[in-house]
Design a protein around this ligand. Structure first.
Ligand code: NAD
Length: 487
């Protein structure tokens, strides 16, 4: 079996504890992963604090930080095929997706490399004639970054990129499921030439995550994961009142009006729910379709879902691979079974195909007969689409907003004025109109409600890693009068 090491304070280390990583396509262990201890967490945070305060990092110009990030981006682009293979092997995400996504991860680092020397302070037109007041944007300090297994290189880039651009240092905890790409990423990071300790990469489960996010030297916690874990994170960060950004789950509506370009909408819906085997926070998991086109739309979707090539994730022709963990597949099975008991009609799928690995067939549930079915409210993280129909715009909005989440949404219509009304009415951090799942380092990404708070991507994300220092400078040469002269 292949063995991986932690990266703590710029040094690759064997851990004292280990766990096996499972290949989801076979269900067999394939690699030995290091498991951090609480002491490892402390060493990583101490190293991050030392690096943060070091002259080498603290006095480095923002332009120089940007150049290091640019070098990192180039190294990632070079290593993308290797990283993609590793991610596919360790998480079961298909090679088509990991290849395309990791090549694009380099663009996120390029974006933040360019932004590093554009994070500006401000000068204030203060209401006192003998004062100059300006604001310095300073890095917030040591950042704890915690990511889930899906798209770890991507989800860490949107944290590490802006945090380092702002001048912070980072301890990243990779997921205990599929950590290989992050531990390999550490090797690439190491070649970029950052001072030691600027980034540490460790892995392990909830105990390691709790030790990191409650560490008194951590100033900001950047978390991606589920809402239940986010509640723990908030409690953990309350210890030292660290600021937080939380990118959580979703139950995103995909709304199709009867005037939509149907084949495009069908294709967008297929990739919106079955891409990444449905293990995507922005999965368009609730199809909200106008009643008049429901049957035709569902028939086309069923045809496509049944034609999907399910197979080994490392084959280029595979369109749907396994789920990342057995736990995840069991949850999908249970939630589908419960939804059917509650009255949802199974249109296709619903089972694990008869093969090794954690596969689950693309599944469509018609929920018009079960408006309270669990599949409409709970995030699945599996290739499961729930369908509800609507008669008019008001009903579409009511169904779309009938969720505690508020991450993404999709809207298909050719009516421009209606599109504008819907955009205003939908409660979500992202509205994709006549498209779905488009992302860019330039556009903020995030949600509200159970989908969390804060945004990743864009300029504002880098500001999350800064704090404002207001500087007051008295410009008068007059002596400061004795305040007690009137006594
Ligand atoms: P999870 O919440 O179980 O785990 C996420 C990370 O948190 C893991 O690294 C885990 O080890 C760590 N963790 C667990 N308990 C912890 C604790 N007490 N303290 C600190 N860290 C702890 O999530 P998951 O099941 O691995 O991932 C799926 C979830 O992630 C879904 O809800 C999905 O929607 C969400 N997600 C959101 C986005 C987004 O950008 N909004 C992107 C991808 C995934």
């Amino acid at each position: 079996m292949q063995s991986f090491q932690h990266y703590i304070g710029g040094v690759f280390e064997d851990a004292t504890e280990h766990f096996d990583s499972i290949n989801p396509a076979t269900g067999a262990p394939w690699a030995r992963m290091p498991e951090a201890t609480v002491a490892d967490v402390s060493r990583a945070v101490d190293a991050a604090e030392r690096a943060f305060l070091s002259t080498e990092w603290a006095s480095m110009t923002a332009s120089a930080r940007g150049r290091l990030l640019m070098r990192l981006a180039d190294l990632i682009a070079e290593a993308a095929p290797r990283l993609a293979k590793l991610e596919t092997r360790d998480t079961g995400k298909i090679i088509r997706e990991t290849s395309a996504q990791i090549a694009y991860v380099a663009e996120y680092y390029r974006y933040y490399a360019g932004l590093a020397d554009k994070i500006e302070g401000a000068h204030l037109p203060i209401d006192k004639p003998d004062m100059e007041v300006w604001l310095r944007r300073e890095p917030v300090g040591v950042v704890a970054a915690v990511v889930p297994w899906n798209s770890q290189l991507f989800l860490s880039a949107v944290k590490i990129g802006p945090a380092l651009a702002a001048g912070c240092t980072v301890v990243l905890k990779a997921s205990e499921d599929g950590p290989a790409p992050m531990l390999e990423f550490a090797r690439i990071f190491d070649q970029a030439g950052f001072p030691k300790g600027v980034l540490s990469v460790i892995t392990g489960g909830s105990e390691v995550g709790a030790a990191l996010t409650s560490h008194p030297k951590v100033a900001h916690v950047a978390f991606t994961g589920g809402p239940d874990t986010a509640r723990h994170i908030l409690r953990n960060s309350a210890e030292n009142l660290a600021s937080t950004s939380l990118e959580l789950g979703g139950k995103s509506p995909f709304i199709v009006f009867d005037d939509a370009e149907l084949e495009s909408a069908v294709n967008a819906q297929v990739s919106g729910i079955f891409a990444a085997t449905g293990q995507s926070c922005v999965a368009g998991s609730r199809l909200v379709v106008q009643a008049g086109i429901k049957d035709a739309f569902l028939a086309r979707l069923k045809e496509k879902a049944e034609a999907v090539v399910i197979g080994a994730p490392d084959r280029m022709e595979t369109e749907v691979g396994p789920l990342c963990t057995l736990r995840q597949r069991e949850r999908a099975e249970q939630l589908v079974a419960r939804s059917v008991e509650q009255g949802a009609k199974l249109i296709t799928g619903g089972q694990a195909p008869d093969r090794d690995g954690y596969f689950f067939a693309p599944t469509i549930l018609d929920c018009d007969t079960a408006p309270n079915a669990v599949c409409l409210s709970e995030e699945f993280f599996g290739p499961v689409l729930s369908v509800v129909s609507f008669r008019d715009e008001d009903e579409a909005i009511a169904i779309a907003n009938d969720t505690q989440y508020g991450l993404a949404s999709g809207l298909f219509t050719r009516d421009l004025t209606r599109a504008h009304r819907m955009i205003r009415a939908i409660r979500a951090g992202i509205v994709w109109v006549n498209t779905y799942r488009a992302v860019s380092p330039i556009a903020p990404f995030g949600g509200h409600g159970l989908s969390g708070h804060g945004r990743e991507g864009g300029i504002a994300a880098a500001l999350d890693y800064t704090t404002v220092k207001a500087v007051w400078l008295r410009t008068s040469d007059e002596p400061i009068p004795d305040p007690f002269v009137m006594r």
